[in-house]
Design a protein around this ligand. Structure first.
Ligand code: SAM
Length: 253
């Protein structure tokens, strides 16, 4: 097989997921034990990216396989405080995990689509929605190449979504394009100083950010709220105590 560019679709023992860019010549699958194939010459040049993605997804699936909800079932409180500023309609929730934010938004009447790379997380999100008597759509996909339809979304939500900087920057550009006029982006994530607290979040400083970085990446939005702050949180087992975060409510003109 002649592999043209990057991996498009990867099938693991558990599920199929989208990853990286579609190769010029179309899609292909890696099956079944992608880790073995990754060491083969067919993946020369892409081993690091593919292995990191596999590792990352496996890690989230393992975390979400544990009993209970890793970040609780109550929505993020920055999101709850600004949800009334999102115009009615369609909301895209990025890196939704186990569904606490999507279910909250659906209960307010939004038409919610939750995207995540973790099949286990999304299964729990659907179960949580059922439990609350609301309906959400789920999409298992890698945000690296997730297609965001231009001008389509009244709201885009990103809560503790920590990606490598090139992926994050490109995703944020697509978010700005994806919002409809008047649409709102709600974002909360860990600031670089979070490493000093050790109360949750990635250990890789590259995946943390500052307000200045995000302002640049979200060029095209008017910032209604944009600040860095230290605050206390209590979200399940993994976000507990004082944290350093960036919060943004941005509106597209
Ligand atoms: C800290 S959890 C946050 C979950 C949820 N936003 C919340 O606040 O409860 C991070 C989430 O990012 C997802 N994630 C990480 N990398 C991703 C990627 N490349 N594409 C899609 N989702 C990703 C993980 O599967 C996980 O659900």
């Amino acid at each position: 097989m002649n592999i043209v560019a990057t991996i498009y679709e990867m099938e693991t023992a558990h599920h199929t997921m989208l990853c990286m860019a579609r190769p010029a010549g179309g899609a292909f699958s890696v099956r079944p034990s992608a880790t073995l194939s990754l060491r083969g010459t067919a993946f020369a040049g892409f081993e690091a990216e593919a292995a990191e993605l596999m590792h990352n997804t496996t890690m989230w699936n393992e975390r979400f396989s544990e009993p209970g909800y890793a970040y609780g079932t109550t929505a993020n409180d920055f999101l709850t405080s600004v949800a009334d500023q999102v115009p009615p309609g369609r909301v895209l929730s990025l890196a939704e995990g186990e569904g606490r934010n999507a279910v909250f938004l659906a209960s307010l009447g939004f038409d919610v689509t939750a995207v995540d790379t973790s099949s286990v997380g999304l299964e729990k999100a659907r179960a949580l929605a059922d439990e609350h008597g609301v309906s959400i759509s789920t999409v298992e996909a890698n945000l690296t190449n997730f297609d965001i339809r231009p001008g389509y979304w009244q709201g885009i939500v990103s809560v503790f979504c920590h990606l490598p900087p090139p992926v994050r920057k490109e995703l944020h550009r697509r978010c700005v394009v994806g919002l409809s006029p008047g649409g709102a982006l709600v974002l909360e994530g860990f600031h670089g100083r979070q490493l000093e607290y050790g109360t949750g979040g990635p250990k890789d400083p590259q995946r943390l950010f500052s307000l200045d970085e995000l302002r640049g990446e979200l060029d095209g939005l008017d910032f209604v709220i944009a600040h860095e702050l230290d605050r206390k949180i209590s979200e399940g087992r993994f976000h507990k105590g004082t944290v350093a975060v960036v919060q943004i409510l941005g509106r597209k003109a």
